[in-house]
Design a protein around this ligand. Structure first.
Ligand code: GLC
Length: 564
């Protein structure tokens, strides 16, 4: 039977202040500087005892999320799916996979979230569907050149017998971006394109049936009360119409961020985001509530990203350059400066992110040279992110300071590993089910009397990172995040996009925000003098007056405001 998270991890009073409420009198739309908590549903909380998180589990954990002080949640895909890429292979866009619950459970979740003042953002996957989607099944059964095949990218192969793929593009998760089908008569036939796994065929957005289909999907969920969408692969959707060979076909395989310019970031994609914005605005026109479109936009520069967040396109796009910056003041200052100049400078908001379900967690990432420093740096980076102008996303477990889990090969489920055999970009280690309580797996993730194990194994050291321990320890990551989020509100940082850099020694970055909040980060290992006098309001490490320790960040109130 399902055991709810420990009582003391749940705040039934709704926390310090109702989430979702901006500073009084702010005319800025809620999403411009919202902080959203990403819930990877499969790994959040399991209500049924099958070892897989679900929507009822999310609902049970909402008070915990609300108490942190965020404005909303983003739910990873929970639609019917063969789970070849853990839900990013959608077989039905307007339903709930029975593994996660049903539409009634979803309605209860939305109602509870709204009662707690939390916005609800769904993950939507328009670049590709599942090979089990009815459209693709029909396409496979239909003949070359048919209407059914026109919904995808089917093409004849090259070579004497069509035995070679139509071009040399590579898939992000390994191998060619094309797979060959068997025609109805059993002979080897055409090829279809998939930028990810073969079970994720790319949709052909040049076909006039695709856009209206997704309009309906958006409306279906908006009618269920959702507040917005996180858009998967938002720089994909269109490819060069002639599908020419790439000069650098390996680009997509080398890193998940480098992209084949013929396959990504084509100008036509902006028309889709204008269309989706119009759908959202049609709901706002009725009830006055802003909806949110946040794109996973992996493009090379901040300036290119700015094109996705023009006033009639997406509201937000994840700015991944902060996430990929090494722990180094010059790298951080450069990417922050570019984002503020090229994105905020055009009137849009910057959307900061340090962790998500695709990336090695910060504690491990920043600790590759020195594991003890990793946690200190991750805490410092969190304070930095929360002090920056714009919106921010927190990935579940980030607020617990979870390190990446080093899983054995036999436990890995990521298609990147299954297809390439390489652990280099493997993502299971940041997706291990959350520890809630207790001293041994399943750590309250699933009911203690359940016989099913969590779908990915939890290490014994998760005992040090449970939510109940974090809530009871005022020095925990959780309290740092909670206090940072509360101060962010108190300092009226919302609605104000300005940031002024202060003069600092080479290892230190410091800036002033809003009503006089000073944030400083010491990237070096040695103590340095604090950039402003006094005792910090909030620090990522114990900080004697006048000192900023190594690998630490702190916030001070300038006294009087404007004194620095
Ligand atoms: C995005 C998702 C990732 C998924 C991929 C394919 O990058 O964040 O998890 O595997 O798209 O849909």
């Amino acid at each position: 039977m399902f055991t709810a998270p420990p009582e003391d991890s749940i705040d039934r009073s709704g926390g310090l202040r109702p989430a979702g409420v901006g500073s009084a009198g702010s005319a800025s739309p809620w999403w411009r500087d919202a902080v959203i908590y990403q819930i990877y549903v499969r790994s959040f909380l399991d209500s049924t005892g099958d070892g897989i998180g679900d929507l009822a589990g999310v609902r049970a954990g909402l008070p915990y999320v609300s108490k942190l002080g965020v404005d909303g949640i983003w739910l990873s895909p929970f639609y019917p799916s063969p789970q070849r890429d853990h839900g990013y292979d959608v077989a039905d866009y307007k339903a709930v996979d029975p593994v996660y619950g049903d539409l009634d459970e979803f309605a209860l979740l939305v109602a509870d979230a709204h009662r707690l003042g939390l916005k609800v953002v769904l993950d939507i996957v328009p670049n590709h569907c599942s090979s089990e989607h009815p459209w693709f099944r029909e396409a496979l059964a239909a003949a070359p050149g048919s209407e059914a095949r026109a919904l995808f990218h089917f093409a004849d192969g090259k070579g004497e017998h069509g035995e070679l793929p139509p071009n040399n593009w590579r898939a992000m998760f390994g191998g060619p971006a094309w797979s060959r089908v068997e025609e109805a008569d059993g002979t080897p036939g055409q090829w279809y394109m998939h930028l990810f796994t073969p079970e994720q065929p790319d949709l052909n957005w040049r076909d006039p049936r695709v856009a209206p289909y997704f309009d309906e999907v958006l409306r279906f969920w908006l009618d269920q009360g959702v507040d917005g969408f996180r858009i998967d692969v938002a720089a994909g959707l269109f490819h060069h119409p002639d599908l020419p060979d790439s000069d650098d076909p390996g680009a997509d395989e080398r890193t998940r961020d480098s992209v084949n310019p013929l396959a990504w970031n084509q100008p036509e994609v902006h028309g889709v985001w204008r269309r989706w914005r119009a759908v959202c605005e049609s709901y706002t026109a009725v009830d006055g509530q802003d909806r949110l479109l946040v794109g996973e936009v992996s493009v090379p520069t901040a300036a290119e990203q700015a094109a996705y967040v023009r006033p009639d396109e997406l509201h937000q796009a994840f700015f991944f350059h902060l996430l990929s910056a090494p722990w180094n003041p010059d790298a951080f200052r450069k990417v922050i400066g570019e984002a503020l100049r090229d994105i905020a400078g055009t009137g849009s908001t910057v959307t900061w992110v340090l962790n998500n379900h695709d990336q090695v967690r910060t504690v491990t990432r920043y600790g590759s040279d020195n594991s003890a420093a990793g946690a200190a740096r991750a805490r410092a980076a969190a304070l930095l992110m929360l002090a920056l102008p714009g919106a921010a996303y927190i990935y579940q477990g980030e607020e617990l300071g979870l390190p990446e889990v080093d899983l054995p090969d036999e436990a890995l489920t990521d298609p990147i590993f299954l297809r390439t055999g390489s652990r280099q970009y493997v993502r299971d280690g940041c997706r291990v089910p959350l520890p809630w309580s207790g001293h041994a797996s399943p750590f309250g993730f699933t009911g203690a009397d359940s016989t099913a194990r969590p779908w990915l194994p939890q290490p014994g050291w998760f005992a040090d990172h449970t939510t109940d321990r974090a809530l009871n320890d005022t020095d925990s990551f959780w309290h740092l995040y909670r206090n940072g989020l509360a101060l962010r509100r108190d300092f009226h940082l919302r609605g104000d996009a300005t940031l002024r850099w202060l003069e600092t020694p080479p290892d230190v970055l410091a800036f002033v925000r809003g009503d006089g909040l000073v944030c400083a980060v010491n990237f070096g290992g040695q103590d340095v003098p604090a950039p402003v006098p006094g005792t910090p309001l909030l620090a990522s490490a114990p900080s004697p007056a006048g000192v900023l320790p190594g690998n630490a960040a702190a916030w001070w109130a300038a006294d009087p405001p404007g004194a620095v």
